[in-house]
Design a protein. Sequence first.
Length: 367
Amino acid sequence: MGLLQFDKLPINTLVGADWDTFKKITDGQVIGDEYKAKFRLTKAVCRLLSLLKPFEDGRYAKLENQPLEMDPLFILGHWRSGTTFVHNVFACDKHFGYTTTYQTVFPNLMLWGQPFFKKNMSFLMPDHRPTDNMELKVDLPQEEEFALSNMMPYTYYNFWFFPQKMLEYCDKYLLFDTITEEERQIFMKAFLKLVKISLHNTGGTQYLSKNPPHTGRVKTLLEMFPNAKFIYLKRNPYTVFESTRSFFINTIKPLKLQPISDDELIHSFVEVYKRLFYKFEEEKSLIPEGNLVELKFEDFEQDAYGMTEDIYKRLNLPGFEESKDQIAQYLGKKKGYKKNKYKYEEATVHTVEENWGMALEKWNYSL
């Protein structure tokens, strides 16, 4: 068990940001009185660690011009749609490289100083996510948006720190509807850097991404990686609502720097779900034929091994034969995993049917 509890962290993940990014994210923001001590400590640690960034930049210069061997595989879908489980299954294949939990917090200390900082992070961090009991370790695969939020100021996950702006960040940095071209170019440059460092760190040849915000950025991802492959996960919207509510309310507690009520947070993510749903439906036709697999998470759970093999074939991915034993072993360990069970409250049913009816109808879900 880690020394620190997730919901009582004295700092938030911005400690791993470079100083310029930290300033641009936080300048002009309203910091709640009860969060000012956390903000000041986070700021102080960030400023100190940023002094090491020139060493990191010097080492990245050797990687910067190396071409990618393969375009990435992106696992898309709304939060709580099963993306973490699918990510972990595919990460059993060692030809894939990915962003680690350590890297999501310290993306600017990957090529220099990693052994020291990773050892300390491992000692301090909790062993499991408090929201769903998923295992947490410094070298396990993790979604990359937190890493991106510490590399440049133009990411959707700024909302974890400043949740009052969730819908503004949605349109600007999740869907890229109101992002400036200069900001978008900075995003692409930072993401490519993250991909290259992640592959170098894990020894992979194809980047494996699990990042719900990318669901709204298909057009930009294809601009960067024209032959990228995509897996899009659907899940029962009633379950997604209950799970997202629990996940967001609990995860935001140690991260936020300004107050927001549970009702405000729920209202915002209900709206984000709609906007993200329609954005993917609008842009998925841009994906070349044969490069997208859409599936229900419930079907994947029923036959994860068989569906994984089928996805490899449909997307023409290498590596299944070499990794099938590791995949089977991982799935065998998960057979006893106890998921959260949700009882759909009347208010949940009403909210989902009133706001997410388009997903219920298109994906053929019902109570």
